[in-house]
Design a protein around this ligand. Structure first.
Ligand SMILES: NC(=O)c1ccc[n+]([C@@H]2O[C@H](COP(=O)([O-])OP(=O)(O)OC[C@H]3O[C@@H](n4cnc5c(N)ncnc54)[C@H](OP(=O)(O)O)[C@@H]3O)[C@@H](O)[C@H]2O)c1
Length: 344
């Protein structure tokens, strides 16, 4: 490992943590040392960092962050709540994938293509939050349209893969699909109903108004990242797909929308790929986007039911842009904005 930053990955044995290690290696993030951290249950186990390096997992609970520059965290909200401030106090800048810090006013919530300027506000807490996976892909697609036509209201339905619920979510789709074929009883544990051959309109807990916390997150995070005046009505649904979230998005703009211009704005925006053929297969599905970095936009069309309305279909790999890639891009943006100094 060459000259560079000392990086700690917390949650390194999980779906997001493994993808973070892969992304750091693929993008040749400048590291001088990488450590993999997880619970005491996994301490001593091997995890891959790129094709050639195998790291031995260490226990987050007892790890000393002194001298580490960056902490990329995904060990779950309750664990980040304890160990992210501990890492920050030791001098590390923490980029946290969990929901724990996202709405705290002095913690920037960042998607580098959308609001990189917010990173400068990390200095008080030394913690930066990565948004929810469903929010990230939607705000990337909305940003170029908002800058030109001003988004007033968004109605979105999501089709979220089981990897959004971590490695145990993926295991449950696998075992319940297998159980279906051999006529075994299905016992849902991670999901609230059988996920095989089903769709479940319930992600995270219910709130008093009948919406779920996942739906609330999409609304409040979009406002924090993009514009506090945008109204968002979300319905979040878990579907039996391993990787990749899809979203049907309807947007009402303040100004009249020119369809051709909207397409061009999306095509030219960093991180967005438009695949929009009006023929069989001329659109992206979750299975097409696995392992890819982009936010794909398809099915762009006028919504004639509201003034200045536009609809589209948006798909991205929730473990890449929805989590690991966005976190690593935040670290890269800290470097390019000169906001990351090496620890002494
Ligand atoms: N999956 C997604 O698409 C996605 C997207 C954005 C954000 N997130 C968020 O990222 C977090 C992790 O998600 P995931 O999908 O990677 O979950 P996961 O596959 O279940 O992995 C959880 C990770 O956290 C570690 N962990 C659990 N308890 C711990 C403890 N007490 N101390 C230290 N490490 C502990 C686990 O280590 P062990 O193996 O040792 O148990 C594992 O490495 C969640 O907060 C999730 O909401 C997920």
């Amino acid at each position: 490992m060459s000259q560079g930053f000392r990086v700690a990955v917390a949650g390194a044995t999980g779906a997001v943590g493994r993808e973070i290690l892969k992304t750091l290696a693929e993008r040749q993030f400048p590291v001088s040392e990488v450590v993999a951290l997880a619970s005491g249950r996994s301490a001593g186990q091997p995890v891959s960092f790129g094709d050639k390096t195998v790291l031995t997992v260490r226990n987050l609970e007892t790890f000393d962050f002194a001298g580490f520059d960056i902490g990329l965290f995904s060990p779950g909200a309750a664990v980040s709540a304890i160990h992210a401030p501990r890492a920050a106090a030791a001098g590390c800048i923490v980029i946290d994938n969990t929901s724990h810090f996202r709405m705290e006013p002095d913690v920037p919530l960042v998607v580098p293509e959308v609001n990189p300027q917010a990173l400068a506000r990390h200095t008080r807490r030394r913690i930066i939050a990565n948004p929810n996976c469903s929010t990230i892909q939607m705000v990337v697609a909305l940003k170029p349209l908002h800058d030109r036509f001003r988004v007033k209201r968004v109605v979105v339905s999501t089709y979220q893969s089981v990897s959004g619920a971590g490695k145990e979510g993926m295991d449950e789709l696998f075992t319940s699909t297998k159980a279906f074929f051999v006529n075994d009883p299905v016992k849902p544990q991670i999901f609230t109903k059988n996920i095989a051959y089903n769709c479940i309109p319930h992600i995270d807990k219910f709130l008093d108004d009948g919406s779920t916390k996942e739906e609330w997150k999409m609304a409040v995070e979009t406002r924090k990242i993009l514009d506090p005046d945008i109204a968002v009505f979300a319905t979040c649904v878990r579907v039996p797909v391993f990787i990749g979230h899809a979203e049907a998005v309807s947007v009402e703009f303040e100004h009249p929308v020119n369809l051709g211009e909207a397409r061009d704005l999306l095509r030219n925006f960093p991180g967005v790929v438009v695949i929009d053929g009006h023929d069989d297969g001329g659109y992206i599905t979750p299975a097409d986007c696995q392992g890819e970095d982009a936010v794909y936009v398809s099915r762009i069309r006028r919504d004639p039911t509201v003034p200045n309305g536009l609809g589209f279909w948006c798909v991205s790999d929730n473990l890449r842009k929805g989590a690991a890639l966005n976190a690593v891009q935040i670290a890269e943006s800290l470097i390019t904005q000169n906001l990351l100094q090496k620890a002494a």
